[in-house]
Unconditional design. Structure first.
Length: 297
């Protein structure tokens, strides 16, 4: 049975071209024009490569081409046309003949994205959603499921908050420098809400060589294990029992807050989460950090 098609957007290596990829019958499909845009060559070159692939019997037309209906604007008219679309196997085969680097990148993206579509029927962090398209009910159902999995996990409260931001920000990019800065800023906001100090300020104030544990109240191998360099640089390790209890309570409440946002079907970017962190802290009568503090790690 044919599944209802969906259109996904894919950005090329150069970042200058965004092409439409059609998802139907658990496969990805593109027109010759779209394939040409993907690999940034002319349509004639794509057509030639497709014919050569068929002549070399690398692939068959029966398995790789399908006629599908599209709707397009022609002047003031909206018309339907039947156009030939080519499957993922053909797109990759053409790509390796045109530009193997671009083909490899597209194959990696397609494999990951196709797997999510087959498993769930949608892609959670899809560029189509980032570009202002509607967020469907499936998107928020998945968010709720992921938030509840995070809540039930054995990970510590701080790690759970990081998981929430990762799973619930539609523009999350783990390799981005702005993502690392985001986590650092949120961490400082949470420390400041409890102690009135950023992580770096807290460490600078409480570390002392005269104390047997250098001022640490806990560390990875506590209470009897060795303190290592990494332990000394973790601000949470200097919190007293009361502060730590309050921090964990705030973090737990924030996960509840994130779940409520998902139930209300509010799409969130990382900047949205930064603003909501301030609103959340203010509503709980906590101090809100507006800058990076007076000491930098």
């Amino acid at each position: 049975m044919r599944q209802e098609n969906k259109i996904i957007l894919y950005m090329t290596d150069s970042g200058n071209v965004t092409v439409s990829v059609r998802y139907e019958d658990e496969n990805f499909w593109m027109t010759q024009k779209a394939i040409a845009e993907l690999f940034e060559v002319g349509v004639a070159a794509i057509s030639k490569h497709i014919n050569n692939i068929y002549e070399d019997e690398e692939l068959t037309a029966e398995a790789t081409v399908s006629k599908m209906e599209i709707v397009q604007e022609e002047g003031s008219r909206t018309v339907k046309r039947t156009v030939e679309f080519y499957s993922l196997d053909m797109i990759i085969a053409v790509g390796y003949r045109v530009n193997s680097k671009k083909a490899t990148r597209f194959r990696q993206w397609a494999t990951k994205t196709l797997h999510e579509y087959i498993q769930k029927g949608f892609v959670l962090n899809d560029d189509f959603l980032k570009n202002g398209k509607p967020f469907g009910k499936d998107y928020f159902d998945e968010l709720l499921e992921r938030i509840r999995e995070i809540r039930a996990s054995e990970r510590r409260a701080y790690q759970k908050i990081a998981d929430v931001f990762e799973q619930c920000s539609y523009d999350y990019d783990k390799d981005s420098s702005s993502t690392r800065e985001f986590y650092s800023f949120v961490q400082n906001k949470l420390h400041y809400a409890i102690t009135g100090k950023t992580a770096a300020e807290l460490i600078a104030e409480r570390v002392t060589l005269e104390h047997p544990t250098m001022g640490l109240t806990t560390w990875k191998a506590a209470p009897d294990g060795k303190i290592i360099k990494r332990d000394v640089g973790v601000a949470k390790n200097y919190l007293n029992e009361k502060e730590l209890t309050r921090l964990n309570r705030i973090l737990t409440m924030f996960i509840d807050y994130a779940e409520l946002m998902a139930e209300d079907e509010v799409p969130m970017s990382m900047m949205d989460w930064l603003r909501e962190t301030d609103h959340f802290l203010q509503s709980n009568r906590r101090k809100v950090l507006k800058d990076k503090g007076s000491i930098f790690a």
